[in-house]
Write a protein that binds this ligand. Structure first.
Ligand SMILES: N[C@@H](CCC(=O)N[C@@H](CS)C(=O)NCC(=O)O)C(=O)O
Length: 218
């Protein structure tokens, strides 16, 4: 007799440095779901990465296995985690608030990941560490998008505790790992400091056990 999927421990494939892996882990931890992290360095270009294409044909991390149920794409994974397991709801029940959460997730996927993580963090922190020169044009574009993004997020947060009201949702979990990388860049820190409500929100984020537990290894 096979064990039902619901009783199996989910396994997440990915690396702790990955923003998207961290989002999925934050969701698992906030739901209190016991799970495993199977280490997979997607940039290693080795045979483990090749084998991973069977799990994720687009060659990205994370991928989730829950019994015989296999899933990739962080948006699908986090919503599945929220809906398939007990624990605090990570999506608002109210249609307008849920739409707002989905809007913030789209902003994170569509603009923040490329500009904050690749355009600012990788260009300004990672490249100099490797002895490479940042692409000034790339950084300038990222800075422009960062300015708009922070104004938008500060407006959406307003005087709420979390991005979508008084409860932590997937919107907060999406933003946190991206902003965490960008905050290593001095110029971004200065822009961020212009928005007091974002600073208060960030204190709440950094106080989460899940956030601390998923901090990438130095
Ligand atoms: N749309 C994917 C994006 C995942 C993604 O971009 N993951 C990055 C790591 S944070 C990755 O695997 N990059 C490898 C590559 O682009 O070759 C999702 O939502 O899961």
């Amino acid at each position: 007799m096979t064990e039902p999927t619901s009783r199996k421990r989910p396994q997440l494939y990915g690396a702790d440095y990955s923003v998207y892996v961290r989002i999925a882990r934050l969701a698992l931890l906030e739901k209190g779901v016991s799970h495993g992290l199977v280490p997979l360095d997607i940039f290693a270009k080795d045979e483990r990465r090749d084998a991973h294409l069977a799990r994720h044909p687009f060659g990205k991390i994370p991928a989730l296995e829950h019994g015989d149920f296999h899933l990739y794409e962080t948006g699908a994974i986090t919503r599945y985690i929220d809906e398939a397991f007990d624990g605090p709801a990570l999506q608002p029940a109210d249609a307008k608030m849920r739409a707002r959460m989905n809007q913030i997730i789209s902003i994170a996927d569509g603009y923040l990941y490329q500009q904050l993580v690749w355009g600012l963090y990788v260009e300004c922190i990672e490249k100099p560490k490797r002895g490479e020169t940042p692409d000034a044009g790339r950084v300038e574009k990222a800075r422009d998008v960062a300015l708009v993004s922070l104004a938008v997020l500060a407006g959406l947060l307003a005087d709420q505790r979390w991005m979508c009201g008084d409860r932590l949702t997937l919107a907060d979990l999406y933003l946190a790992p991206m902003i965490d990388y960008a905050l290593e860049v001095k110029e971004f820190r200065e822009m961020f400091a212009e928005h007091r409500n974002l600073g208060d929100w960030w204190q709440r984020i950094t106080a989460l056990d899940s956030f601390r537990e998923t901090q990438p290894a130095p």
